[in-house]
Design a protein around this ligand. Structure first.
Ligand code: HPA
Ligand code: ZN
Length: 340
């Protein structure tokens, strides 16, 4: 089973560039940039990671400490290229990659430097490793609406490099409707739309409804609490909304989180995908490992695992011909392993 999963052609739709930097690279960048990064050694980083408080707040507070090491265009280039290389190792053929421009521009880094570095990294990554990457810029939802509009303005000259708009970061007290006008403008400009509705937030199901009815998103990131509302499930199925779940695992977790609820989502007919979110920041790590842990814990069949991956290609924002090409390769792989 492990080999079947490792060698399966894959797609991932929920991975943050800023959450993909391993501790060795963090130390390297911190030294190079003389940054205010608070850790001196990889051990110190791993310690802080293991001891962060649970929940989204605890995760994000530590996450943003790490991201401070990204300062120059070269840093964005190198980290993107390194991530694409790791995708190749995981046999990921296609990645939709989140990045958080506002966190960087607020520290005085230009939008141009950020996007040029990332774009060069993915282009060189494609040439060297054959992994295709599309970019999704996220609004940090705790920031102001005008800062969201400013990001859209800064992105205008780079529209050809960015496929979509997302919404991430501190969800509590920052409901999706706060960004109604920014999303409407982004849609007008031709961006594809998605938004995080993280697990077990105060108003999780209401937030998912707002994403559908007000922001008009095509996907929901996480969205696990949807199963609490049968009408919402019905609407997500009717609209063929893809939910990018991230069954991550902390050292204290015996199994990846939420696997029972993910099983229920599948049973309810929702289009569910499995993703890593911020791979080196969780024990689940990169996609092959996460898929194997989920498969083992939930006893999914090879057929089920192929279906998860088919959902990812289906729910992606690839052009139809590219989508079909990848799905054909996936089904060929399945068939050659006796899975129909
Ligand atoms: N949720 C919200 N914001 C984030 C995440 C996440 O999982 N990862 C990086 N920023
Ligand atoms: Zn995320």
């Amino acid at each position: 089973m492990y080999e079947f999963i490792v060698n399966m052609p894959k797609a991932e739709l929920h991975l943050h560039l800023e959450g993909s930097i391993n501790s060795t690279t963090l130390i390297k960048l911190a030294k190079r940039n003389n940054s205010e990064f608070p850790y001196q050694t990889t051990e110190e980083i791993e310690n802080a990671l293991a001891n962060r408080p649970p929940g989204l707040q605890g995760f994000l507070d530590h996450h943003y400490e790490r991201v401070l090491v990204l300062q120059k265009q070269l840093d964005f280039f190198e980290t993107t290229y390194e991530l694409v290389k790791t995708c190749k190792v995981n046999n990921i053929k296609y990645l939709e990659l989140f990045f958080d421009p506002q966190f960087h521009t607020a520290r005085g880094i230009s939008f141009d430097d950020i996007i040029m570095g990332i774009d060069e990294g993915r282009k060189k990554g494609f040439l060297d490793f054959g992994v295709e990457v599309n970019l999704i810029m996220c609004i940090n939802r705790e920031r102001t609406i005008s800062s969201g509009f400013e990001m859209l303005e800064q992105a205008k000259p780079h529209k050809d490099k960015i496929i979509g708009l997302g919404l991430d970061s501190y969800e509590e007290n920052n409901p999706p409707h706060k960004y109604t006008d920014v999303y409407a403008q982004a849609k007008k400009e031709g961006y594809r739309l998605t938004a995080h509705c993280d697990v077990d937030m105060k108003n999780s199901t209401r937030n998912i409804w707002e994403c559908l009815e007000i922001l008009d998103v095509e996907r929901i990131d996480h969205g696990i609490n949807s199963i609490e509302d049968p009408k919402l499930v019905q609407e997500l199925v009717r609209r063929k909304i893809c939910l990018t779940t991230c069954p991550i695992k902390r050292p204290c977790d015996p199994q990846p989180q939420d696997i029972d609820r993910i099983r229920e989502m599948v049973n309810l007919g929702l289009c569910v995908t499995l993703n890593t979110d911020d791979p080196p920041e969780f024990e689940t790590g990169y996609l092959s490992n996460l898929l194997y842990l989920v498969q083992q814990a939930s006893h999914y069949s090879k057929n089920d695992m192929v279906q998860f991956m088919r959902n990812a290609f289906d729910g992606s924002w690839l052009q139809m011909d590219a989508k079909n090409k990848y799905i054909e390769a996936l089904l060929e792989y399945a068939e050659s392993h006796g899975v129909n």
